[in-house]
Design a protein around this ligand. Structure first.
Ligand SMILES: [Zn+2]
Length: 452
């Protein structure tokens, strides 16, 4: 087989990926689950105590469904409780069935509500991560030798150095610029080093479009980037945002993350394919009752993931990802394997306005559809802790330059009408001048919180 032919193969891992949707894969999952449970029971006190508290032993698991029947989802507060008792290092140690001196890398979430959640990597954990991302990268068209302009935040963030190491491990050549240095520096480095791929959040990709003419005297399309791999925000799955980014950059936009997957090359967004079915078990549960929700086309629920390979340093058991997801189990028109999921919103971001359930991501897409009459930036004003919102839902939205008077009134009428028909809410809109709201280049906080 010639090397060039090999670069055209559909999957990174031709031994596993063609078979992700087969019954044999379920047998492999069960075998790996049982082995993994035994390993954690033996070597990871946090998970052993959790199993004991719920009266289960690894040997009780005979079918994949048994896991969900025996263990409740593991949520942020469960992890926080353990950290309070044992400290961050102590708690981390309790979750991994390997000695702490095997750790090769320690990242963390930004911790929007205070304490950062650690992401430790042992060699086994790194292998799990590298394999998953290599599969995602390959499906986006990234190949060994490709230069990647890395525009995610580099500091601590899981999409920073860890992702960069995975890209390097699969043979690509990441350029570690990072979002922290700002748009101008990133664009200039792009101009000099001519990358084929860009990693960054969708909102940063949009911001770079605005910033390029001033920063490098040319549009972003001049950089020659062909693939943008985004994550951390829903943008790539939002048709309007996606259209805007792809046309301005002259590139294909993909997203990744959530549950070990990435989106495919199909012209309409089909969600993300889970590429790691052999190494994980994905479930949906009702966020209020914990009841399992059957995985079938259109099913929605809080997503939980169990990693069933490695030593516990990557993943957990029925760990809530904090996202409400919708799945599609039928084959994707793109022909690639792996069931699909899309992120509907954060469980914590869910708003209830009278009977209607509204996610900021849905508002984001709807407002973005009014581009170029709006800038796309907006905030939801909360006067009380979510999810409850006493109507009307208050929004601050930036209009585009030159939109005023009659044109603005017309725009407001259309926006309210679409929100009423598509989301079943009638908002009260406060209009802001363009560039009023701060641009962060990171995951946008959609909320302006006016309560203590
Ligand atoms: Zn697909």
């Amino acid at each position: 087989m010639s090397a060039s032919h090999d670069r055209d193969r559909p999957y990174w891992n031709m031994q596993i990926e063609p078979f992700l949707d087969t019954p044999q894969l379920r047998d492999l999952q069960l075998h790996r689950l049982r082995t993994h449970l035994a390993r954690l029971y033996e070597g990871a006190p946090f998970w052993r105590e959790r199993m004991q508290r719920h009266g289960m032993q690894p040997r009780d698991v005979h079918r994949l469904e048994d896991l969900g029947r025996m263990l409740p989802p593991c949520r942020k507060h469960d992890l926080r409780e353990d950290v309070e008792k044992h400290g961050t290092i102590g708690s981390m140690e309790r979750m991994i069935a390997a000695p702490m001196d095997e750790l090769k890398l320690l990242a963390a979430t930004s911790g929007t509500t205070g304490e950062p959640t650690p992401y430790p990597f042992t060699p086994a954990g790194m292998a799990v991560m590298n394999e998953t991302w290599a599969r995602v990268f390959w499906r986006c068209g990234i190949r060994p030798g490709d230069r990647i302009l890395h525009g995610f935040g580099l500091s601590m963030f899981i999409g920073g150095v860890p992702l960069l190491m995975s890209a390097s491990a699969m043979g690509a050549c990441p350029i570690p610029v990072g979002a922290e240095v700002g748009a101008e520096r990133l664009l200039k480095i792009g101009q000099i080093f001519k990358p084929r791929v860009l990693f960054c959040t969708p909102s940063f990709a949009e911001y770079l479009i605005e910033a390029a003419p001033k920063a490098i005297g040319a549009p972003v399309s001049s950089l020659g980037i062909r693939i943008i791999l985004s994550g951390g925000e829903p943008g790539a799955g939002l048709p309007e945002v996606r259209r805007r980014i792809e046309s301005a950059w002259g590139a294909r936009l993909f997203d990744m993350g959530g549950a070990g997957g990435g989106s495919c090359d199909w012209h309409d967004y089909q969600g993300m394919h889970n590429v790691a079915v052999d190494g994980s078990i994905f479930e949906l549960v009702d966020p209020e009752t914990d009841a399992p929700i059957a995985l079938e086309d259109g099913a929605r629920g809080e997503s939980c993931l169990s990693t069933i390979i490695g030593d516990g340093s990557v993943g957990g058991l029925r760990t809530s990802l904090g996202d409400v997801m919708e799945v599609a189990m039928s084959p994707c028109p793109c022909g690639r394997t792996g069931f699909r999921y899309r992120i509907v919103g954060r469980v914590d971001d869910m708003l209830k306005v009278k009977g209607a359930i509204v996610y900021p991501a849905a508002l984001d897409n709807l407002i973005a559809a009014f581009h170029p009459r709006v800038t796309g930036e907006f905030r939801i004003v909360l006067d009380e802790p979510p999810p409850r919102v006493t109507p009307p839902l208050k929004l601050k939205i930036e209009h585009a330059p030159g939109i005023a008077g009659e044109a603005l009134a017309q725009l407001e009428g259309e926006l309210i009408e679409r929100m009423r028909s598509e989301l079943r809410v009638t908002p009260a809109i406060t209009w802001l001048a363009p560039e009023t709201l701060p641009r962060t280049g990171r995951k946008t906080d959609f909320f302006e919180r006016n309560y203590r």
